[in-house]
Structure formats: structure tokens, C-alpha cells
Design a protein around this ligand. Sequence first.
Ligand code: TA6
Length: 279
Amino acid sequence: MAEHKKFENGFEYIEVTNKSARARIALQGAHLFHYERVGGKPFLWLSETSFFEEGKAIRGGIPICWPWFGKHATEPGLPQHGFARIFVWQLLEVNATDAYSTEVTLQLKTSAESLQLWPYRFELLLHITVSRTLTITLTTKNRDEHPFKIISALHSYFAVSGIDNVYVEGLANTPYFDALTKENRVQQGRVHITEEVDRIYQNVHYPLILHDRDRTLQVDGQGSSSAVVWNPWIDKCAGMGDMPDDGYKTMLCIETANALQDAQMPAPGEEHTLTAVIS
Ligand code: TA6
């Protein structure tokens, strides 16, 4: 079942419910901000002080960073992480394939507003499959006469019991760029979080496993050989107006990306697909 819902301020989202799971997807940003299996706890972290307002990215769930990641390379005044997550997408289809699985398709296309921010014609499709497994697939289609470069990420915020209880398996001996120190390093063993972490891993071999005290979550990436691991820790968290001061204790971002050397350059008429399979 899928229901169109609105917050009191009119912010629109879709709530999908089936025998496997429940999910909520905002039309702004095609932003999946809630997923939980029937009888389970939410997979995704959502800030209790997140904005649900036009033009402001939701803090949590799976923001879509596209067509650039982080600050724009040359124009710092442009939106952080691109514009896909702050534009309103069109809901194309909700298809209950059976009682246990629902597919949702949303679309974002070139507009006068997008052309003001990025001078290329494109089509974006987001397919979300809500079942016992959560699959989110971002397809970029080059509708322009020129090739264009996309740096993107499915910026997944995972809910954890406590940041001290978790570690990430699957990145040992993997090179990463440390966005805090601007150094290139190599991961030694498991990723534990004991301070602010902001790393872009390259040559990633999926799946990655998030081990928590009472569950493990698997993140499998397709069309991606880079991944971002981020936790803002105490000081950065305290400075964020849409995150409680202790929010860093119960979240960890593991982002399936096309970043740094993994950026993509579809030619006119070509497309690229980035997928995260979460289970
Ligand atoms: O994913 C890591 C990162 O690029 C961090 O540097 C931090 O900026 C985070 O994304 C959140 O970005 P946002 O624009 O959503 O506050």
C-alpha cells in the first residue's frame, strides 16, 4: 500500500507499507527518510530536529548527493552536495510487485532552475524497492550534447545503538582520502569511530558490514568503487542546527558513492547507475 501524506507545513511524502517493511519517501529529493522491517527497528537514522522544509535537505535517511559531492569545485555559493536532494521530484510509479515487495520510481529532469546551477540536460530516475531488503538505484541519463561529469553518493545515515558499539568490516587495506587532514591513507583493519571521521574510500570491494551490538547491516554497492564513512562527532554535531548535540552517538554514514577517481562521465545518450542494497 502507498499513501500520499503531508506534514502540517505541507511537505509531501509517500508512505509505503507491505508485509515486509514500511518506508517513507519525501518528494523533495526523492529522499527516503525512513525504513523499517515489520517487527524490526529502523535501519536509517533520522534527526529528531531535521527540517522538513522546501529547499532544505532532510538530516538523515538517504540524501541523494548529485551531480557533485560536498562543496562545488569552483563555485562555493552553490548548494552543498548538488541540487538533486533539494529539488522536488516527480513520482512516476508505485508498483506492489507482491504482498512483500513494493517498487517506487521517481524522476528529476532538466529545468530552468537546474540549468541555473548546472549547464547540462539530464534525466534522473530513482528506483526504490521496499522489501526485506532495501534497494535504492539512481540512474543518470545524459540528455545533453556533451559528456558531463557526475560525482554522486547515496548518503545513507544508519541508526546504531551507540557509536562505541559499532565497527565497519570490509575496508581493511583500502585506500582513502581523509577529508579532515587532506591526507591519503590506507585503512588498517576494521573502522572504529572514536573521533570525527570523514573519509572517501577508493577501490572499495563491497559488501561492507556495519556491526552493531545487536544487529549487523550489510551495504552492497553496485556501479560504485568508492564509499564515504562519516560521523561528525561532538563539535561538528553541536554546530549543526538540524541535529541534536548527542546525535552523533546514534548514527553512522556509510555512503555508496562515485567520488574522486570513481567520478562518472556519461557521454550523450549514455547512462550510469549507482545502487545500494541494504539488508
Ligand atoms: O558525507 C560526508 C560529508 O561530505 C561531510 O563532509 C559532511 O558535510 C556531510 O557530508 C553532511 O553534509 P550536509 O551538507 O548534509 O550537512
